[in-house]
Design a protein around this ligand. Structure first.
Ligand code: DLL
Length: 449
């Protein structure tokens, strides 16, 4: 399959009909098979017959990340017996968010990624270098499945080992590169250091996502690598990458609305905002069977545009991700919640529940340093003991976050107090709005909670 013209260029009326049928079926399926949703729906007095068409979706309750966390690990799995693959993304505290796919879900995932690759301009028989991490993260395998579906040749290089990535590019001449945008920039420095001319690279199209990136980053990547840089968006809870993707016109990300029904709401009231207005993206999976989700609040801020694109597709387009409604940071493509760090610190004796997260980007690589206040007694201890504590905090944080961090112990009461809310101030002026938000000093005081 290359792309799905019948669906991607269908009239809105035709898609609404399909969405209505699918939503009715989905609510019936969840009501019958998922006790958590059954009781949620009962609480709102919703029977499958309540849902007559897609507009009735507003009667359904929202689902939030904590609903997945509360049932850890498999609480929201609707078809555990038929689950064939499990991935995880960051949870807000100690446990990750677990998602499962049935064979049908993997087929759907392959199709939406194949549509995305075609949307960006990939052609069957192209070679694609997938430099997203393979493993529990959905980036590597998601792109891999879609590329196979489309009949591309995949180089599953995964993330890291930059010299090897560049050698693979030089020797195998892939036309497509899929990785985080910051990694595309990071590889640039390495290529120059090796004496390569990046403008002569074989990459012509980039499929970049998993983290916020700006138009100025796009410009830098396109100019330096001499390639088209397109944006791909998705989240593990919905399916992973493949929810939406830019075409070559780069005027919004085409969202696969026959299978992922979008709403954009005011995060405070839950009411739908008008097309073009900023709001939180909410998605209902219309055909998934492993963990279908109703009205899932992504926490990502976007605008939506329902006009037909000049490329011919009628799918609605969302803007680049304009921010988050929570304090999630993305460090080297990995989602980090300050609450995960709080969770670790609260368990370690000798530390105070005051900390500062210093996020920076050095040579296009994100870094995270955690400053932790220690108590008076610990601070007057020997250097050796302080080092041991520092090492322990580092290990424990790394095991929860899955990325390396630096830890610095600081004197009691040396971190400025705030009024119980996370406080962010920008470090990187030249970075994008979103990345600048992420590249911030984040301070959180626990005692006021
Ligand atoms: O990041 C899935 C993905 C992989 C998307 C590869 C694109 C490419 P999670 O780890 O669950 O899944 O993180 C999802 O990352 O809610 C956004 O906040 C952020 N995000 C994902 N894509 C983009 C993007 C993957 N293109 C969370 N621009 C989402 C900005 C993005 N933020």
């Amino acid at each position: 399959m290359i792309w799905n013209e019948k669906i991607e260029c269908a009239s809105a009326a035709k898609i609404r009909e399909l969405q209505s049928e699918r939503l009715q079926k989905m609510v019936r399926y969840l009501w019958k098979n998922n006790p958590v949703y059954r009781s949620k729906l009962d609480t709102y007095d919703i029977k499958p017959s309540t849902i007559q068409n897609i507009h009735d979706i507003k009667r359904l309750p929202f689902t939030v990340k904590d609903d997945l966390r509360d049932g850890y690990p498999f609480g929201l799995f609707t078809n555990f017996d038929k689950t064939v693959e499990i991935h995880v993304s960051s949870g807000t505290t100690g446990n990750p968010t677990v998602v499962g796919y049935t064979k049908e879900d993997l087929k759907l995932w392959s199709e939406v990624i194949a549509r995305s690759l075609a949307c960006a301009g990939a052609m069957p028989k192209d070679i694609i270098q997938v430099a997203y991490g393979y493993g529990l993260f959905t980036g590597g395998l998601g792109l891999h499945y879609g590329a196979l579906e489309m009949g591309l040749k995949v180089i599953p290089s995964s993330s890291g080992q930059t010299k090897r990535q560049l050698k693979l590019m030089n020797d195998f001449k892939p036309r497509i590169l899929a990785c985080t945008p910051s990694y595309a920039l990071f590889m640039l420095d390495e290529a120059r250091a090796l004496g390569m001319d990046p403008r002569k690279s074989s990459w012509e199209i980039g499929i970049f996502g998993a983290e916020p990136w700006s138009e100025s980053m796009r410009h830098q990547i396109e100019k330096s690598w001499n390639m088209l840089a397109t944006d791909i968006y998705g989240l593990s809870e919905i399916i992973g990458p493949g929810v939406s993707q830019e075409c070559h016109l780069k005027c919004g990300l085409h969202l696969q609305w026959d299978v992922f029904f979008p709403e954009v709401i005011d995060p405070k009231t839950g009411d739908e905002v008008k097309p073009g207005e900023r709001g939180e993206l909410v998605i209902t999976t219309l055909t998934k069977t492993g963990i279908p989700l109703l009205r899932y609040r992504t926490r990502d801020i976007v605008t939506i545009n329902y006009d037909k694109c000049k490329c011919g597709r009628t799918t609605p387009r969302i803007s680049k991700i304009l921010g988050r409604t929570d304090d999630m940071l993305i460090i080297r493509g990995i989602n980090v919640f300050p609450s995960q760090i709080e969770y670790v610190l609260l368990k370690i004796e000798g530390t105070q529940p005051h900390y500062l997260l210093v996020v920076d980007r050095i040579n296009n690589l994100d870094s995270l340093e955690v400053w932790v206040e220690v108590d008076e007694k610990m601070f007057s201890d020997e250097i050796k003991q302080m080092r041991a504590l520092e090492e322990r905090i580092k290990r424990e944080i790394e095991s929860v976050l899955g990325i390396d961090v630096k830890v610095k112990l600081v004197e009691p009461k040396s971190i400025e107090r705030s009024e119980g809310k996370a406080k962010a101030s920008t470090l990187q002026a030249e970075a994008s709005t979103q990345q600048a938000e992420a590249s911030a000093l984040l301070q959180k005081e626990l005692l006021d909670k």
